[in-house]
Design a protein around this ligand. Structure first.
Ligand SMILES: Cc1cc2nc3c(=O)[nH]c(=O)nc-3n(C[C@H](O)[C@H](O)[C@H](O)COP(=O)(O)OP(=O)(O)OC[C@H]3O[C@@H](n4cnc5c(N)ncnc54)[C@H](O)[C@@H]3O)c2cc1C
Length: 132
């Protein structure tokens, strides 16, 4: 029987990034997804193109948060929009910037983003269990 340090349930973008974070710390990690493929909802985002992030400043991001978003400063100090741009660039995804700083894959296909996440998960040696 295989033992895991970390089991992540749900292969959307949050679960995929959690799996990557765990595996990159050398933890034996399993990602369980109930659908046949990872990122089903992500596939339809941004009209099928996936608006990955925005390339604005932290102040630009905060200006777009309704209400008091101050608690997000500590989150963004750990990993912000520029880190996500770097993450995908390091993983071979060419990105482009459109109006209002919106960032999309140059392929205009959300599948490019999902594939990059899945490849990274497998490269890090994490395990995937679909239909589960
Ligand atoms: C029409 C639309 C357009 C959008 N466009 C964008 C965009 O362009 N850019 C952007 O950043 N965001 C966009 N969003 C928002 C984005 O889709 C969500 O923020 C994102 O998908 C949330 O990710 P998540 O991993 O938290 O959840 P989800 O994407 O919902 O993933 C959760 C996963 O968990 C799985 N799951 C749930 N329960 C179980 C279980 N018990 N066992 C196993 N697996 C389970 C589900 O099957 C699913 O795959 C859009 C949303 C919609 C609806």
């Amino acid at each position: 029987m295989t033992h895991f340090h970390t089991i992540v349930i749900g292969g959307g973008p949050a679960g995929m990034m959690a799996t990557i974070a765990s595996a990159s710390y050398g933890q034996a990690t399993l990602l369980i997804e109930k659908n046949k493929r990872l990122g089903k909802k992500l596939a339809g985002t941004g009209g099928g193109r996936c608006n990955v992030t925005n390339n604005g400043t932290l102040d630009d991001l905060m200006a777009g948060i309704p209400g008091n978003g101050r608690f997000l400063y500590s989150v963004f100090s750990q990993f912000d929009n520029h880190d996500i741009i770097q993450f995908f660039t390091d993983n071979g995804v060419k990105l482009k910037v459109e109006d209002h700083g919106r960032v999309f894959p140059a392929s205009d296909q959300s599948r490019t983003i999902i594939q990059a996440l899945e490849n990274n998960i497998l490269e890090l040696g994490a395990s995937l269990m679909n239909n589960c």
